[in-house]
Design a protein around this ligand. Structure first.
Ligand code: DC
Length: 219
């Protein structure tokens, strides 16, 4: 069974998807981490999002894996642990730029579908319920005011990377990223027609988790 959670940057999708995956005993797919790992890989290879022919060449050598070890859930890019490296602001922006490329999306979509095959998954991202898993059993779209999302993202940066970033700068960064993610031609971010839309602006993480669980349990 697949449950999808989509929504804009900083809405708390990751934390919420992880909590639900634990309570339902489902695996968790962080599709944004895949776009981030790809962007980091391209950047390390000196390839920009505009250089499609070079990009096609290097993607043959791209292997992204999710593992669980004593440090928790980790993201591996080939053999390197890049869990923290992919969370910087620079990689956020770069991931969004690479994500606008239709070729990149086709490659990652196939990886995502292969990964979840025959398993129960909570898939989280921008296009999970719309383009990657249109037949998912339950679909959720989370939203929140920009100011609140900036606050959540800033505290995540502090917690995860120890980076103190001004909320206004974070707000500008996620606003630009949302614009790119929502207006690109290939699989833009929007709620699926059959998604349950939740405005989480005035809700705690726990309240959102309970709301999603009640939708699933009452169905
Ligand atoms: O969820 P995130 O912030 O880690 O995602 C980083 C970027 O990756 C996001 O700005 C757009 C892209 N992305 C995407 O296009 N489709 C997805 N399913 C997930 C992420």
């Amino acid at each position: 069974m697949i449950i999808t959670i989509d929504g804009p940057a900083g809405v708390g999708k990751g934390t919420i998807a992880k909590a639900i995956s634990k309570s339902f005993g489902f695996k968790y797919l962080d599709s944004g981490a895949m776009y981030r790992a790809l962007a980091l890989f391209a950047d390390l290879n000196g390839v920009t999002e505009k250089d499609l022919s070079k990009l096609k060449k290097i993607l043959i050598d791209l292997h992204i894996r999710f593992i669980d070890n004593e440090d928790g859930e980790r993201v591996l890019l080939n053999t390197d642990d890049v869990t923290e490296d992919i969370r910087t602001n620079e990689i956020s922006t770069l991931a969004s730029k690479f994500a606008a490329n239709d070729f990149v999306r086709t490659i990652l979509r196939e990886m995502q579908r292969r990964l979840v095959k025959n398993k129960d998954y909570i898939a989280e991202g921008r296009d999970m319920g719309t383009y990657v898993f249109p037949d998912a059993k339950y679909k959720f779209y989370l939203d929140a005011d920009l100011k609140i999302r900036a606050k959540r993202r800033a505290s995540q940066l502090k917690e995860m990377l120890g980076i103190n970033m001004n909320e206004e700068r974070v707000s500008r960064e996620i606003k630009d990223r949302d614009k790119l993610d929502m207006t690109r031609e290939s699989c833009p971010l929007h709620p699926a027609d059959d998604a349950v839309i939740i405005d989480t602006s005035d809700m705690t993480i726990n309240e959102v988790v309970l709301k999603i669980e009640s939708v699933i349990n009452d169905a």
